[in-house]
Design a protein around this ligand. Sequence first.
Ligand code: IMP
Length: 428
Amino acid sequence: MKGRVEIIIGAQWGDEGKGRVVDSLGSKVDIFARYQGGANAGHTVIVEGKKYVFHLLPSGMLYPCKTCVIGNGVVIDPEQLLKELKELQDQGKDRARLVISAAAHVVMPYHKLLDKAQESLRGKGRQIGTTGRGIGPAYVDKYSRCGIRVGDLLDSDVLREKLEVNLEEKNLYLTKIYGEEPLPFHEMFALAGSWGKALAPYVDDASRIIDDALKEGRGVLFEGAQGTLLDVDHGTYPYVTSSSPVAAGGCVGLGVGPALVDRVIGVVKAYCTRVGEGPFPTEDSGSGGERLREKGAEFGATTGRPRRCGWLDLVALRYAVRVNGISSIALTKLDVLSGIERIPICTVYDIEGETEEHFPCALQRLEKATPYYEHLEGWQKDISSCKEYHDLPVQARKYVEYIEAATGVPVNLIGVGPGRDQTILRNF
Ligand code: IMP
């Protein structure tokens, strides 16, 4: 019997709470696999009151006897990865087996320098608001076919040749265009060689390991980072990240055929947030947004930046359901809405006087979208200790069911607080 493949994706602009949903599924899963992005992500998982933030490691690292895969689609900053591994080792929590795809690309120090330099050259008003983790420049090298892959770190001849070619070009950019200091070859070569030695025990063929596990009937979970609206193809381009967080990215980024996928779980925050620049139709720049930020602790896990906050956008959510093929919704942070008298929920946009039900592809059109809100009755009760769906106040259940009716997708998991046990499961 084939093992089960499930994909967890962010249905909004990232930071939906994917880590905790992954964690809730943990006991049924044998392999946790990340497929795109890099250290721009920040997965927060709270276990036994202790908070863990992973940028590169899959959230499943906290489970003993599991396998965690970093797939070919990820761009890896070895310095950050080794730091996260060491922190886990120091706490005696590195009980999962880690596998890193030899085909994953490496984020080099020049990628990070270029990321920051490019952002500052763009200037105010034209910046993307990147995390500065070198993600865009690393993917540029991947697609222009000069990138250094994890497997290259293990072969000093290949590494030397690739690094020479890259540094020759990157040092020209750094010095002639951006006015930075050049990076010395010998220092970079020694650093990359040391990463190769440290990572060697983990490097393997990730696609084959997943395939073997599926043939043995094991469960595999693909963990998306960021979210649908930050996808390089389907997001609010150019205010996006440089990878494919959508569900299909999981197949490419891990080397697994699409026919093997059993379920796509869309993680949806009960309201919306966005970090960085770009359109956000339901943003509330007033006291409503401020309240969501404070109550929801909406500050970036990677950069610490305050997140922009606003109301649930069903136009964007229906779009996310379509482009990912979401078959199950995990609704997080419902507790943050407790105490609001009437909760706005965007059902359609108004664009230049016309009603628009569909999320516009063109940024120019999206920027003109004004949300039309229905207002659902709120609830005053603290729901953070509710264990079953029927423990929730009727208004909270109506909010959930409104989302189900608008998207045609069941809400199978509801987060009512940050802890592992503050999760209501409904046929999950
Ligand atoms: P980059 O991925 O660092 O290039 O940043 C591109 C855009 O994606 C910026 O607006 C970032 O704020 C956003 N971004 C990247 N990673 C995350 C994430 O994990 N959560 C939310 N936003 C992110």
